[in-house]
Design a binder for this molecule. Structure first.
Ligand SMILES: Cc1cc2nc3c(=O)[nH]c(=O)nc-3n(C[C@H](O)[C@H](O)[C@H](O)COP(=O)(O)OP(=O)(O)OC[C@H]3O[C@@H](n4cnc5c(N)ncnc54)[C@H](O)[C@@H]3O)c2cc1C
Length: 437
């Protein structure tokens, strides 16, 4: 058993109780840093179905606190395959096939519409999909009681002297803390405070996604075992569809659902809501040119939602000092999901910032810790945002490769290496050097 360090002589406010806010709260609690989480909703909760983590991100969870990885494993689909794979890639758009139904010739063999044209290998180790709400429940279990306050929508932050922050909430109350860590997601108020309203504004990415789940038993009626129980990507013009298994929240319920995320394109998004209800019929109409197999997945989901996909322009900084506010997770660098790593980057942020904050001994060192965190995390997180945008175009045959499937494969099987093979402990070491400098 490790000994508990003495409490730090400063106290932090975390704004937002999503994956970022709760993971950071666990990291800070382990380092005995007095912390309060302010969440605008009446309780913790996640909307949407699945979220996937690759093995490097699961390893980072364990570096923050072993319980996070254990919680992840309890509710994940335990999706290790041999050899490890990210997705089988298939063409689902009938317009891509020739009159004989072929989409590609590889190694002297014709590959048909709907068949795997190649596989994107993953890295070994535990990873895979979890139901968002179940993973959040696992994080909540690791938090001490009373750390969170609900129905606290942050509306402003003013300086309370010495760089301290006075938080102003929509209910008229205030709270004073040495610093604020903004984990309030893509529509972040703390981001507006640090960067100004114009620079903080999320930008529509030109893509939206239908999201739904269907029971595994149902999926197995029209998909073969490999297609239903392992991650699949079906590509086409200006659209692509992902399916992957998720568990039902307990170790005994592996792979009980198939999660469907079907992406499509439009020039602008005018609805003030970013998540709207839609119908199976509308989704099927959007995919009128696609294979019967993809359409049968869609025909079997209930209550699909549409999610408008926004992302952030690159932030020139992740923090300010008077008053002290530091951005983390989607508040700092919201990305499109086309490389499935936005939440993974949140975990990495929490690891680096949590460790740095654990090392300092007073409020006067907070600025140095934020500066070191910013220097190490900003380049990597912003690279994810940009390369995810490019990946969305690759998967939808509208990147520089177009529908040249040889060039597509070359790009697809190599582009994730910088994300997955990253040594986060080396980042921390660099940040520590900056902190000491
Ligand atoms: C379709 C889709 C699929 C994705 N798939 C993946 C994937 O497979 N793998 C992956 O790694 N990532 C994925 N992502 C990205 C991932 O979901 C996000 O990066 C991650 O959930 C962000 O977490 P967060 O805690 O930073 O923000 P959020 O989850 O947005 O949490 C913000 C919290 O702050 C609260 N809040 C907001 N404003 C205030 C305020 N003013 N005051 C108080 N509280 C406030 C909110 O209520 C919320 O609880 C996907 C994203 C999308 C859209």
């Amino acid at each position: 058993m490790g000994t508990t360090p003495p409490p730090k002589p400063f106290n932090l406010a975390i704004i937002g109780g999503g994956i970022s806010g709760l993971t950071l709260a666990i990291a800070l609690h382990a380092r005995n840093i007095p912390t309060t989480v302010y969440e605008s909703a009446a309780s913790f909760g996640e909307i949407g179905a699945g979220v996937g983590f690759q093995p490097n991100f699961v390893r980072t969870m364990a570096l923050i606190a072993p319980g996070i990885k254990e919680g992840f494993l309890r509710c994940s689909d335990n999706g290790e395959s041999e050899p490890p794979k990210w997705f089988d890639v298939r063409i689902g758009d009938t317009r891509n096939a020739d009159s004989g139904g072929f989409v590609r010739e590889k190694d002297g063999r014709g590959i048909r519409l709907g068949d795997a044209i190649f596989t994107i290998p993953a890295r070994p180790g535990p990873g895979g999909g979890v139901h968002r709400a179940h993973f959040l429940d696992e994080l909540i279990r690791l938090l001490p009681g009373g750390i969170a306050q609900f129905r606290k929508r942050l509306v402003g932050v003013t300086e309370g002297g010495g760089g301290d922050a006075v938080l102003h909430f929509a209910d008229g109350t205030t709270a004073r803390h040495t610093a604020v860590i903004g984990c309030d997601g893509i529509k972040s108020r703390t981001r507006e405070i640090v960067l100004g309203r114009d620079e903080a504004r999320p930008l529509f990415s030109g893509k939206y996604a239908y999201r739904a789940i269907l029971p595994m038993q149902k999926a197995l009626e029209f998909l073969d075992d490999r297609e239903a129980t392992t991650p699949q990507m079906y590509c086409g013009y200006k659209r692509h569809v992902l399916t992957f298994p998720i568990a039902n929240g307990t170790i005994f319920n592996r792979r009980t659902f198939v999660c469907l995320v079907a992406f499509s394109s439009r020039a602008e998004w005018t609805d003030p809501e970013w998540v709207v209800k839609t119908s199976r019929e509308d989704m099927l109409a959007d995919y009128a040119d696609w294979t019967e197999k993809v359409k049968s997945i869609m025909a079997n989901v209930k209550n699909p939602d549409i999610w408008a996909l926004y992302n952030h322009a690159p932030a020139r900084t992740f923090y300010q000092t008077r008053p002290r506010v530091c951005l983390l997770g989607d508040a700092a660098h919201a990305s499109t999901p086309h490389q499935g790593s936005g939440a993974g980057m949140c975990i990495e942020d929490c690891y680096v910032l949590g460790e740095l904050l654990g090392e300092i001994s007073g409020a006067d060192e907070l600025e140095k810790a934020f500066r070191a965190y910013d220097a190490v995390r900003r380049p990597r997180a912003l690279k994810l945002v940009e390369t995810s945008r490019q990946a969305g175009m690759l998967w939808e045959l509208e990147g520089p490769e177009g529908d040249d499937l040889d060039a597509f494969e070359k790009n697809a099987v190599t582009r994730m290496a910088w994300i997955w093979d990253h040594e986060i402990e080396q980042d921390l070491e660099r940040a520590r050097e900056l902190l000491r400098a």
